[in-house]
Design a protein around this ligand. Structure first.
Ligand SMILES: Cc1cc2nc3c(=O)[nH]c(=O)nc-3n(C[C@H](O)[C@H](O)[C@H](O)COP(=O)(O)O)c2cc1C
Length: 188
């Protein structure tokens, strides 16, 4: 399809990682190509094999048998968007500081001109932690698009802000980014 994009989906180690399965499914259904990169913690929540099956592409992990050591660099150069969903407080803090200590954070650091969108997901106390707010502000200043979390029931059993946006809403927000770019006559 003409509007088909290449999305590099970064998955971090939060309970909302299970929602990323639906994100991949919906992106594929919309005709996009999806490549997944996972942190070691994310691999504890959902198996890379699940994302390999859903995306139809090999998954990039620190421990994976990536046949090309520079596959993450190639993947981010080919991508129209690098989307982190879910993004943990830990990974948000790291990328706000430019830390590149695993394959996902290294990929973010090497993204060059690839747009970055971040969908945080965490406990309400983590969300309002002043350090986290500082890091979120930093990412926005650095040009990342933030898909801010909603308030509601959290997987940890509490209620409040920190709930990742639902997959269908994320897909709509991503399409909005591209619609705005194409209206402005720019390539995303
Ligand atoms: C059961 C469980 C659920 C967790 N859920 C979250 C979460 O939703 N958001 C978050 O920021 N951290 C969460 N954490 C903490 C992260 O897993 C931890 O900070 C980890 O180091 C994140 O690594 P990563 O950012 O490299 O993926 C959770 C931890 C556990 C044990």
């Amino acid at each position: 399809m003409n509007n088909s994009k290449h999305i590099l989906l970064g998955i971090t180690g939060g309970i909302a990682a299970y929602k990323s399965c639906e994100v991949v499914r919906l992106l594929k259904k919309a005709g996009h190509r999806v490549r997944v990169v996972m942190t070691p913690a994310a691999c504890e929540f959902v198996s890379p094999l699940t994302f390999q099956a859903l995306s139809g592409e090999p998954v990039l992990t620190d421990l994976g048998q990536n046949d090309n050591a520079m596959a993450h660099i190639q993947a981010v150069r080919q991508a129209d968007l690098l989307l982190l969903a879910p993004a943990t407080a830990n990974t948000i803090a790291k990328i706000a500081c430019g830390i590149a200590d695993n394959l996902l954070t290294t990929t973010v650091a090497a993204r060059g001109r690839c747009p970055l969108a971040v969908a945080p997901a965490m406990n309400v106390e983590m969300w309002y932690n002043p350090a986290n707010i500082r890091h979120i502000n930093q990412l926005q200043q650095d040009g990342a698009v933030l898909f801010l979390p909603d308030s509601g029931d959290l997987a940890c059993g509490e209620h409040g802000a920190g709930r990742m946006k639902e997959p269908a809403e994320l897909i709509d927000l991503i399409e909005d980014i591209w619609a705005e770019k194409s209206l402005a006559g720019k390539k995303c």
